[in-house]
Write a protein of this length. Structure first.
Length: 686
């Protein structure tokens, strides 16, 4: 039952900077509520507050503020300003939604979802708030007036800027942690010692440490970084500054444990940290917090020079030379690239500085070039991209990128390291220039060079219908010197072939394209073999260790013979099994179910059905194979990993025409054009 509250008989106002828990404890004492928890239960009785999570001193519901206003006569907007919720705009990471609460009078105020902020979604993090039973205080402030200041609720606040001394978090007599109640009555609950007599550690001579605390406390109150003749901090949003200072503290803690000289500390007092499964305790003492915050604040000063000094120290800590330190070996610094709280664009300045540092002190490693954010920074600030990104920009198979490298139309960024095909670094300017001229036509000789075959085989591909010169029909050999080809046409021709080419488990009895023996032993026969490959009737192999070119493709003679005999038979119909073979479902037990689903979806229409057997017009099958791709073949065509394909589907950028979630087909089937659109990177994104 929701009990209507009457005003307390004895009331008081909030003191300067006082926290709401402190006010409630003082009100309990003034009105004889013993223990003070009685007033908490009175406030929360009948509300929907979770007593374990929110307590009366940290209300998260409008009705709770209303009940406290009824008891105290203090407006709800002032009560909210005395809670840790006022810090939410600063301690909430950039890009994360900021919760809010509607108060009477039309006020919308921020809400701190502390359970979410106490942990990172992907990495451990230090605590933001101190618990009510683990308070901290300034002895000199208590001598002036005994109450708990709101700023003392924050772990990041560890010094009193007014008295220029370190805060205390335990009784000076017995060492017991102190609660907010102990601070308000300035008495240790265990030994009854007077907390006002706690010795204060002066910080007067630690100019930068005090400046760091003044900055953090100003941010928390919504104020800019204090001006200083000695130190310069970039003008950035307050939550960005705090995310940097707080987000890198675990990396700073690694330096503490390693006794690095770049850690900030007082000359008279060494800094130590207790180790846990995360490296250090996630709850810090005031002195630990003071030193770690001063250390990470220092990296913001004179940006990015001080940050580079830290990276130098951290690289030595991880025992990696400047030539092999990569993102994968960054230890706790990897949060910059992997933790979701660091991915907002307002923090790009950190990734930019890191990328610049890598190029000034060494070279990117293969693992670095698999990170999309890292490559984006390389493109923006260094002018380097990767083969994978180039393939997507040009909407072309990776084998054409390999071929363009082989003939010198693209140049690799030489590093001396070995890279996987998808991560090979390229000069971005050359890729962009190729993109700008992608719609320009190339000659017959250039087409042959791009494909890695002879001019005669290109002519054969035209006659087979795999290539079409620009604006010409009814071609004859007399027209060859005038032929021009769209670059996209060359790319599409390769796309049709590469899906049926394997680079592993190459049989020993294969022959290369130029050695093919057929009824007419000349190069025109090679074009027919490539037509069989593009139609999915033939499977090819390519040695992974050599540069890509069509003339190096290898085939099994027995497979070629089967295709020739099939042509000689002149069959007009294709069986369901042949359809499955031509979309490259070799060895897949579910081929019958897949073909059946495609028929049900209207993607294929049988011309003859005999019992369970179905037969299809070969021309319709040719068109089907040219138009659709199964998910198994996408990695061969665009260097996409299975998880990247799944992400594109989840984001709605790639929708299968048939699959488990559509018609219960065991195989996802995509339109080739949809696939090209999904993986293509527009010019504005590079």
């Amino acid at each position: 039952m929701n009990i209507v509250l009457s005003p307390l008989l004895r009331r008081t106002s909030l003191l300067p900077g006082e926290s709401l828990p402190s006010l409630l404890i003082r009100l309990a004492g003034l009105n004889g509520y013993e223990p003070p928890g009685i007033i908490n239960r009175l406030i929360l009785s009948g509300t929907r507050e979770n007593r374990r999570k929110h307590r009366a001193g940290r209300p998260a519901l409008t009705e709770t503020y209303g009940r406290i206003e009824s008891l105290t006569g203090i407006p709800t907007i002032e009560l909210h300003a005395a809670t840790v919720h006022r810090f939410a705009p600063v301690v909430t990471p950039p890009g994360q939604d900021l919760a809010s609460l509607a108060l009477p009078g039309g006020f919308s105020v921020p809400l701190l979802l502390q359970d979410e902020l106490e942990k990172s979604r992907t990495h451990p993090r230090l605590r933001t708030l101190r618990g009510d039973e683990a308070g901290q205080f300034c002895p000199l402030c208590l001598q002036e007036h005994s109450y708990h200041r709101l700023l003392w609720s924050l772990v990041a606040v560890s010094a009193c800027c007014r008295h220029q001394c370190l805060l205390a978090s335990s009784c000076h007599a017995c060492g017991r942690p102190v609660s907010i109640k102990s601070i308000v009555i300035h008495t240790c609950m265990k030994c009854q010692a007077d907390l006002r007599r706690t010795p204060a550690l002066p910080l007067t001579e630690d100019i930068f440490g005090l400046y760091a605390q003044q900055s953090i406390q100003a941010w928390m109150m919504g104020k800019p970084t204090p001006s200083s003749e000695l130190y310069t901090v970039a003008e950035l949003p307050l939550n960005v500054l705090f995310q940097f200072v707080r987000g890198l503290q675990l990396a700073a803690a690694d330096l503490v444990i390693a006794r690095s000289p770049c850690v900030h500390s007082l000359d008279s007092r060494p800094l130590s940290l207790s180790k846990t499964q995360h490296g250090i305790s996630l709850t810090l003492t005031p002195y630990q917090s003071y030193c770690l915050n001063a250390t990470t604040c220092k990296w913001l000063v004179k940006w990015p020079a001080r940050f580079y000094e830290f990276l130098d120290a951290y690289r030595l800590l991880t025992d990696h030379s400047k030539h092999n330190w990569s993102v994968s070996r960054m230890g706790r610094l990897s949060v910059i690239w992997h933790d979701q709280d660091w991915q907002h664009s307002s923090l790009d300045f950190v990734r930019k500085a890191w990328t610049q540092y890598m190029f000034e002190t060494g070279i990117p490693g293969p693992s670095d070039l698999r990170l999309a954010d890292y490559v984006a920074q390389l493109e923006q600030h260094i002018g380097i991209t990767t083969a994978s990104r180039a393939s997507r920009l040009l909407q072309t198979p990776h084998v054409l990128i390999d071929r363009l490298l082989a003939i010198g139309l693209l140049k690799p960024y030489e590093t001396g390291e070995s890279f996987a095909a998808r991560s090979r670094p390229l000069w971005l300017e050359e890729v962009q220039e190729l993109y700008r001229t992608w719609q320009e036509a190339i000659t017959l000789a250039e087409a042959a060079q791009w494909l890695g075959i002879t001019r005669r085989i290109v002519v054969g591909l035209v006659e087979m219908g795999l290539l079409t010169p620009v604006g010409q029909k009814g071609l004859s050999h007399m027209d060859e010197s005038q032929w021009m080809f769209q670059r996209e046409c060359i790319s599409d021709c390769l796309l049709k072939m590469v899906r049926y080419v394997s680079v592993r488990d190459i049989p020993s009895d294969t022959i290369d394209l130029m050695s093919v023996e057929m009824p007419r032993a000349d190069e025109m026969c090679a074009a027919r073999v490539l037509k069989y490959l593009a139609e999915g009737r033939l499977h090819g192999f390519f040695p992974e260790e050599i540069p890509w070119s069509l003339d190096s493709l290898r085939f099994k003679p027995s497979d070629i013979k089967s295709c020739v005999l099939e042509d000689q038979a002149g069959r007009e119909w294709a069986s369901a099994e042949e359809v499955a073979m031509r979309v490259d479902m070799r060895g897949m037990k579910a081929w019958k179910a897949a073909v059946s689903r495609w028929v049900s979806a209207g993607l294929l229409t049988p011309v003859v059905a005999s019992g369970a057997e179905q037969f299809f017009d070969r021309r319709e099958v040719d068109a089907f194979v040219s138009r659709y791709v199964i998910s198994k073949n996408i990695p061969r065509m665009f260097l996409l990993r299975p998880d990247e394909i799944t992400r594109l589907m989840r984001e709605g950028k790639l929708v299968p025409r048939s699959g488990l979630g559509i018609d219960r087909s065991p195989v996802n089937l995509f339109e080739l054009q949809d696939l090209k659109n999904a993986v293509g990177i527009r010019r504005g994104e590079v």
